[in-house]
Design a protein around this ligand. Sequence first.
Ligand code: ATP
Length: 363
Amino acid sequence: MTIANRIFDIAVLPGDGIGPEVIEATMPLLEKLAHNAAYGFRFASYPAGAQHYKATGDALPEATFEAARAADAILFGAMGWPEIRYEDGTEIAPQLDLRVRLDLYAGVRPARVIPGVKLPLADPRAANIDLVVIRESTEGLFTSRGKGEVIEDREVRDTMVITRHGSERVHDFSFRLAERRHRTRGRPGAVTCVDKANVFRSMAFFRKIFDERAVRFPGVEARHNYIDATALDMIRKPWDYDVMVMENMYGDILSDLTAGLVGGMGMAPSGDVGDDHALFQPCHGSAPDIAGEGKANPTAMILSAAMMLDWLAERNGIDALAEDAMRIERAVDAVFASGTLKPFEFGGRDGTRAIAAAVASNL
Ligand code: ATP
């Protein structure tokens, strides 16, 4: 079904460091795609982040939050700066506040090999890596963020919280994603619950709910693995995995590992998705070491924008958006497969503009 001329309001939060650089490289691609399509975008940028905190004392202004909440989707660059911190020593991370306040419970972290990108695993089967880590993003160990119990100077407790509600929805999301990937990408249609059910009651509960929900998705294969065994599998046979669902902290760690498996932070996109809102951002941070030099690889941001198109497509039943999401992926693949471009990130001499221009010319 195609709905003519649907215009989407996109709240853009460029943030700190290389955040604005990769955003600036990505928006023209979206405008180019929308130019002759049955949809359009209205972009509006809003301030937030560490530098904004330094200047104003506010990391996430209420006006920015309200605009993000009202928008059809949120494009997010990167936020944080090592030297700028809250009084308790923690870093400025409005992305964590947005996840909680907008109830963005599914952290979607795909790791797909792009042909031509040098991989850390020598095994030729590594070329087949195409998995997605789903990181539960509203509870788990992160429930304790900013409120761990400090007992004098001798003990600190951060508590893991797993709820039925939080687990049911993230498991359902993972099963639905596996179904969609099977339908649209020919993936196996399998979800692995990654936990530590042999040690923690919280994790046994997470697995129990996974098994309960699996019954509702008979077309999807439900698997289990412990987090430690999964870490080993990510080196031995990551190509055997499809969708993987896990609690917040495990997902935080494992998704950096899976990003590394397919070439590095500059290649890894992500989405933070809830039932009513969604935010799309690269997995990397603000990269202060290269900020302002034009060296950032924008691929992760560009692929995150493709995820936004795909999410809008499914939500609004607009096939043209899903086709354009695929078009972006194919353009990125063509750029790297040709071998003519080599980002600074991989020891080459191609910066943000050159990579974005090459993707644009392949669209
Ligand atoms: P955060 O904790 O905010 O996610 P981080 O501490 O993991 O951030 P990043 O900012 O992601 O750190 O940077 C880690 C390393 O990867 C740095 O050396 C940085 O230069 C490099 N890096 C990250 N993103 C990119 C990119 N898009 N292009 C090139 N190099 C990048």
